[in-house]
Ligand binder design. Structure first.
Ligand code: FES
Length: 578
């Protein structure tokens, strides 16, 4: 073969792969030709497009169009795009909880990037767990990468109300359970809630994590808020395709972008957005991949100094579509610049500060100025006390003000099944001032730490007009939920945390301003209860579930697997000769 007939030399992964001598190179080229590509294509930087499309994930229904846009951009910039799948985690379909598989998705992402000879990768994500899994996977593989999310859904509308998924799924179900909505009205809500594809359109976990990709520097400006069906989402995808080719040439790897300063920027944005408590699990997991600890105390410290600027549900009034029209993530980052590390590098090749220069909110009702914030503090608080020695989280921006300092009698549910069985029992001994406690719903106990922390208000109290109570658990909750809800109590009950020792009738004190969560039971009595404790049987004895139970870390460490922490950068590879 002459030089003209072969791929040119170079140390890029794709080029090395096609340039192998003898049978290896022949096979690599011949099988690639079978898809209709020639040596001119193989001479270009190989760009992977990781497509998490699945009909089991409605939030990603439009990904074929996004992939086509990324491919256009890659070809335009002189790259060679090849699409590949990984598992897709759809929040709605997966049982018992999509969180059980976030680490599996992150492994799939990392290993497919590692195993295939790509020089750069564009990762499509969007629904709750797909974005953190993408971040974790690309951080460990450390190949040049850009994240492109599917974008949020359009607002829902019903009888003059703006509807949001899934804040209104829960709010209107509560009204239905209370008898304030007819069967017909409830059906109308179902028909009008989800108007378009895309991820949930309030500041839930998906909107939060996709917005944070901009603060982290791992996505192009606009990624967080451009609606799924807006043509500008396709342009963003095309731009990502062009940019990743340049990033491959520059060798701009995630390790140069994901620094401690970038993580602090993400936490600052999280607080200013009133974002999802789930980010308090996902960001420590990401930090673990890059070899750093992200203590819960840092979230509290940053929240105390960061104003809440996004007037977006569930902490505010508006939704992601309005947030985009008001200026989106760039506008809020611009407001926050004095609190940010503006010098951090991003996938654009410019700094975060340069990316957002000139972005101003165009609607200060939706994106408040730093001088006129929604709240002077960010939306999150980290609690400590004898009930949560390793910490617990509350999104106080979405809580009832009158319950932020509260003392009440515990009403305890030992498991999710126990909660489902008894919560609406007319004979349940429960009063509005009580504190509902759910045990055994954490990473091991859930298993998978399901989003059940927003325990339903007992029906008998709903009928009396009660809409919020203090609720405490080792579970997570959907970022779209609201209420005075203490989450992520650690260590969890299933591994022997003090939450396991609470009994109905105990007094619990919640003091959010004092950051305290206290169980008023003497040490002697707690020791007696500990001696009587019977650990539950493991939920899984084989397969992935067993792997999960054996290796999952607690919530403050991000619920990653112990053996996945750290990174193992992909080097330029030479295929074995045979
Ligand atoms: Fe996918 Fe809400 S169901 S983001």
């Amino acid at each position: 073969m002459t030089r003209e007939q072969s791929v040119s030399e170079g140390d890029a992964r794709g080029r090395s792969f096609f340039n192998e001598p003898d049978a290896a190179g022949l096979m690599h080229r011949a099988f690639t030709r079978s898809m209709g590509f020639d040596l001119g294509d193989m001479n270009r930087p190989m760009i992977g497009i990781l497509n998490t499309y699945s009909e089991m994930n409605s939030c990603h229904a439009h990904f074929p169009e996004l992939v086509a846009a990324v491919k256009r951009g890659v070809w335009q910039a002189g790259g060679f795009p090849l699409e590949f799948p990984t598992i897709s985690l759809g929040e709605i379909y997966l049982t018992p909880t999509s969180m059980l598989w976030r680490n599996l998705a992150a492994m799939d992402t990392e290993e497919m990037i590692r195993g295939n000879p790509m020089d750069g990768v564009v990762v499509l994500c969007g629904c709750d767990k797909t974005t953190p899994a993408a971040l974790m996977g690309v951080a460990s593989a450390d190949v040049p990468a850009i994240l492109v999310s599917g974008g949020p859904m359009l607002n829902g509308h019903w009888r003059g109300e703006t509807l949001g998924a899934c804040t209104d799924c829960r709010r209107l179900t509560t009204e239905y359970r209370a008898g304030n909505l007819s069967d017909e009205e409830y059906m109308e809500v179902e028909e009008n809630l989800v108007r378009s594809w895309g991820h949930c359109m309030v500041m839930g976990t998906a909107s939060t994590m996709n917005s944070l990709t901009e603060a982290l520097g791992m996505a192009l400006p606009g990624n967080g808020a451009i609606p799924a069906v807006d043509s500008r989402r396709l342009l963003l995808a095309e731009r990502a395709g062009r940019r990743i080719v340049a990033m491959a040439a520059e060798g701009l790897r995630p390790s140069r972008i994901l620094t401690h300063e970038a993580m602090e920027n993400a936490i600052t944005l999280l607080c200013a957005l009133g974002g999802s408590t789930n980010a308090v699990v996902h960001l420590p997991a990401l930090a673990g991949r890059i070899g750093m600890d992200l203590p819960l105390a840092l979230f509290d410290e940053i929240s105390r100094r960061t104003p809440l600027l996004a007037n977006v549900r569930p902490a505010g009034e508006y939704q992601m579509e309005d947030f985009f029209y008001a200026g989106g993530v760039s506008a809020i980052l611009r407001q926050l610049l004095p609190l940010l590390h503006g010098e951090t590098l991003t996938v654009t090749g410019r700094t975060l500060g340069e990316n957002v220069a000139g972005s101003e909110p165009v609607d200060t009702q939706v994106i408040r100025s730093a001088e006129s914030p929604l709240k002077v503090e960010g939306g999150l608080a980290i609690l400590q006390g004898n009930l949560a020695p390793s910490g617990a989280v509350i999104k106080h921006a979405a809580a009832s003000r009158h319950l932020l300092q509260h003392r009440g009698r515990a009403v305890v549910f030992g498991s999710i099944a126990d909660l489902q069985e008894r919560i609406d029992d007319p004979d349940l001994d429960v009063n509005p001032d009580d504190v509902l406690v759910l045990q055994n719903a954490g990473p091991v106990g859930g298993p998978g730490m399901p989003e059940v922390g927003n325990l339903p208000i007992p029906k008998k109290l709903l009928k009396r007009g009660v809409r919020d109570m203090v609720r405490i658990s080792d579970a997570r909750m959907s970022g779209t939920a609201f209420g005075t809800i203490v989450l992520h109590v650690a260590p969890e009950a299933a591994v022997g945390g003090p939450l396991a020792l609470v009994r109905t009738g105990d007094e619990i004190e919640l003091d959010v301003p004092g950051r305290r969560l206290h169980l008023s039971v003497g040490q002697e009595e707690l020791a007696r209860r500990e001696a009587e404790r019977n650990p539950a049987e493991p939920a899984y004895r084989r397969g992935y579930g067993r792997l999960f139970l054996d290796h999952v870390l607690q919530a403050p460490e991000g619920m990653d697997f112990d053996f996945l922490r750290g990174r193992d950068p992909v080097e330029t590879v030479t295929q074995p000769k045979f």
